[in-house]
Ligand binder design. Structure first.
Ligand SMILES: [Zn+2]
Length: 436
């Protein structure tokens, strides 16, 4: 988005920001001692440009999403969209994208989007981001990382209530889309070679608004993750380089961070995303030249080109590229960050969510994993911390259907992952568990 249009857009936002800032004076410690911190960003974190045409591609909605929609099923989340300036066909396409998200992720709290259809000028198809970052009250949501920025919609999901605590349902996401671009507004993921698919662009930008986002920045020499604030986002917790060094292990700000941002060597170590990528950490976009609005906050365009099932969150959308599938690697990363996936955790190969029971969750001293359908193979169960370190490994023979991880009292109260691997086929499934 260029500066002029952002200024226009800012007028709407400013009233919201001022409202929040005004109310923030009234924030006091909760009974449990938690004092919420907040940060209101000054602009979107992604400005999506058109990509180079590389051929016609079409990825339809994920089968799991279609299955839930077919049965006249209830969506797992409710999006409320405040539309401004939309043509009827643009609004219909926008709603189509919103519905895909509502059948993909779960929240008991309405997710409110301020959506503008306006002249963004230049080279921008769309731009979006969360309307606020907050710390999470871990008394209410023990699975959250303390003292970490979470996008507003995710805070609300984790705590099960609206974060402003004033009984007001304020917007969570701001999103703007070009009213002057030659978009394809069809709903069939089948844009012609000379048009960009609007649904694809909307799906992408909502993904940023929901938390595929970081506050990272670089001036071309010095990089920062916290970017003028005092803490990192939950996204940054899962970024590491090729030798496994967390992006948070570098001095901030520093030239070292800029080097990492431009290294072509940054990966996601979220256990569920890794599981969805066949056990290999998926790669982030970190080109040699730092690109504001693109670098670090997308998957690598070359690893996930147009037509790949996980291409949605790459840094551009090309003419002829229709993608209505959020992609399981991306959904896995959302689950790593704290979202729940509609219909339960993600499945891999022969695993089905219903096959596995983990209890109790949250756990205190031990946790049991039951493979309900009595599998006949041998399994390995790993307990993994948020930094991807394996804390404990147990094996399960074919003849017992429950395995228990014990003596866990000394673990920090935090989010962990249980990874179950079929020793014969190598298939895995990873689920989040909470110690408290
Ligand atoms: Zn983007």
């Amino acid at each position: 988005m260029n500066k002029t249009t952002f200024t226009m857009n800012t007028i709407t936002k400013l009233s919201f920001f001022l409202g929040v800032l005004f109310f923030s004076l009234n924030i006091t410690a909760q009974d449990n001692g938690f004092v919420r911190q907040q940060f209101i960003p000054d602009g979107p974190i992604c400005r999506l440009p058109p990509g180079e045409y590389t051929g016609l591609t079409s990825s339809l909605r994920n089968e799991a999403v279609l299955e839930k929609m077919r049965g006249g099923g209830t969506p797992c989340s409710n999006f409320v969209v405040n539309y401004t300036g939309f043509t009827p066909e643009a609004q219909t396409a926008f709603q189509f994208a919103v519905d895909i998200w509502s059948f993909s992720i779960e929240s008991s709290v309405d997710i409110i989007i301020n959506a503008n259809f306006e002249d963004l000028g230049g080279n921008t198809l769309g731009a979006a981001g969360p309307l606020g970052y907050f710390t999470v009250d871990t008394n209410i949501a023990p699975e959250a990382m303390p003292n970490t920025w979470y996008p507003k919609a995710l805070v609300e999901k984790l705590e099960g209530s609206d974060t402003d605590n004033f009984g007001l349902q304020t917007p969570d996401i701001s999103a703007s889309f070009s009213s002057t671009f030659n978009f394809y507004f069809g709903l069939d993921a089948n844009p012609p070679a000379n048009q960009i698919d609007f649904v694809t662009v909307v799906l992408h930008e909502i993904g940023h608004g929901l938390g595929f986002t970081s506050r990272r920045s670089s001036d071309g020499t010095i990089g920062t993750v916290i970017n003028g604030t005092t803490r990192n986002t939950i996204y940054d917790e899962f970024v590491e380089n090729g030798i496994g060094a967390s992006i948070l292990s570098f001095t901030d700000p520093s030239t070292d961070l800029h080097v990492e941002f431009t290294s072509g060597d940054l990966f996601c170590n979220g256990p569920i995303a890794v599981g969805q990528n066949g056990g290999v950490p998926p790669e982030f976009f970190a080109p040699a030249s730092y690109t504001p609005g693109s670098s670090y906050a997308h998957w690598d365009e070359f690893i996930y080109p147009a037509g790949d099932l996980n291409a949605l969150m790459t840094p551009s959308a090309a003419q002829g590229e229709g993608n209505h599938n959020i992609g399981n690697i991306t959904l896995g990363f959302f689950e790593d960050m704290g979202w729940s996936i509609c219909g339960g955790s993600l499945t891999v190969d022969e695993f089905e969510v219903a096959d596995i029971e983990i209890s109790p969750n949250p756990f205190t001293s031990s946790v049991s994993i039951k493979l309900v359908n009595g599998f006949n193979d041998d399994y390995t169960v790993d307990l993994i911390d948020i930094n991807g370190r394996v804390i404990m490994t147990e094996n399960k023979s074919a003849n017992s259907d429950t395995i228990t991880l014990s003596n866990l009292d000394k673990l920090d109260n935090a989010l962990y992952f249980v990874k179950i691997t079929n020793d014969i086929t190598g298939a895995t499934i990873t689920k989040r568990v909470i110690k408290n």
